[in-house]
Design a protein around this ligand. Structure first.
Ligand code: SF4
Ligand code: SF4
Length: 338
């Protein structure tokens, strides 16, 4: 169920602390670990070795620091977060402070769902195609079946659940089948476009005409009311930047990323430049946020990751995006409670 309390307190803190400072992070993304039980070909993270992970106490310190800096939304990811035994406790702490989401590959979801169900506001389960298409991209046979089983268990427990789909060179047209699957499972779909990391297989979509055709097709389905999370403006921005050379202004400062050792990754986790070796709770985040040279990145349109692009597009002047991102979610929270 959506939580009113942490959002209200967080919004209030943000209002007070936001006075007199220009930039505050709104969303936090935290990789709990790099280890993973899948072997996705386009993913650099499972290839990294985990150093000492944060303890539960350190996770709490991190959350307190983020809350003080104005963060309202907390997203946990990995690696595979369900591999952490203390995940339920971490999520419980997060749910007291933030609107909390979790990204999982779904392999362990059926077994672990009851441990985490009370602490998440949104669950994202990765599916990159139907059956073997998914298994081939994710590197482990049977991963599609396990992800679908996990989604069904999550839906049964009333958790707002979404499929997270990554468009690559090898699954461009599968998105339309996955949107149909989402409708059958009564979940929504979040669509990402693969980014080529130097340490993983380069699978980002390459055929320009085909990519454009697929993105336009998705946009059309979004306009027809299919359960696609990203806004119309998100897909329009990608089309404008990639095919008409009209860039969006990237505002990576709206999202703060914390690695498994508790360090801030700047300016975003794609460009991945570290701010020293200090832990996030040892840093004056608000000072750093207002001194960092974000201007260097405002014309960077290298990735179209929704966690950066969607907030970058937000403006109170655009009624369509205010309706989709503020008014409609507000009504859904109110209707959850009546
Ligand atoms: S499930 Fe996620 S973390 Fe694991 S290998 Fe795939 S993309 Fe990487
Ligand atoms: S476009 Fe992507 S890579 Fe570039 S600054 Fe923004 S988030 Fe980072």
């Amino acid at each position: 169920m959506a939580k009113i309390k942490p959002m209200t307190i967080g919004n209030f803190l943000r209002l007070v602390k936001g006075r007199g400072v220009k930039k505050l992070p709104l969303i936090a993304g935290h990789k709990l670990l790099y280890s993973c039980n899948l072997r996705c070909r386009m993913c650099p993270f499972w290839r990294r070795k985990d150093e000492k992970l944060l303890t539960l106490e350190e996770e709490v310190k991190m959350m307190n620091a983020l809350q003080r800096a104005g963060v309202l939304f907390m997203g946990f990811e990995g690696g595979e977060p369900l591999l952490r035994r203390d995940l339920p406790q971490i999520l419980e702490e997060s749910s007291k402070r933030f609107y909390t989401s979790l990204v999982t590959n779904g392999w362990l979801l059926k077994d672990k769902i009851d441990e985490i169900k009370d602490y998440i506001d949104n669950l994202f389960v990765s599916i990159d195609g139907i059956g073997e298409v998914h298994d081939k991209l994710r590197g482990i046979p049977g991963s599609f079946e396990r992800a679908v089983e996990g989604i069904k268990e999550s839906v049964k427990r009333g958790i707002p659940t979404s499929i997270s789909f990554t468009l690559t060179n090898e699954n461009l047209h599968e998105i339309f089948k996955v949107i149909e699957l989402a409708e059958k499972l009564e979940v929504s779909v979040s669509i990402q476009i693969a980014y080529d990391y130097s340490t993983a297989e380069k699978l980002s979509p390459k055929k320009r005409d085909e990519v454009r055709h697929v993105i336009e097709g998705i946009l059309e389905l979004k306009r027809r009311g299919k359960p696609i999370i990203e806004s119309e403006k998100y897909f329009e921005a990608i089309i404008n930047s990639w095919f008409h050379e009209i860039p969006w202004i990237c505002k990576p400062w709206l999202t703060i990323n914390i690695d498994p050792q508790g360090r801030i990754v700047l300016p975003c986790y794609v460009l991945n430049e570290y701010q020293g070796s200090e832990k996030v709770w040892e840093v004056d985040i608000i000072k750093l946020w207002n001194e960092y040279d974000w201007g260097r990145y405002s014309n960077c349109n290298k990735c179209a990751l929704a966690c950066y692009l969607e907030p970058s597009l937000f403006t109170w002047k655009d009624y369509r995006i205010v309706r989709e991102r503020i008014i409609e979610p507000m009504f859904s929270i109110i209707f959850d409670y009546i």
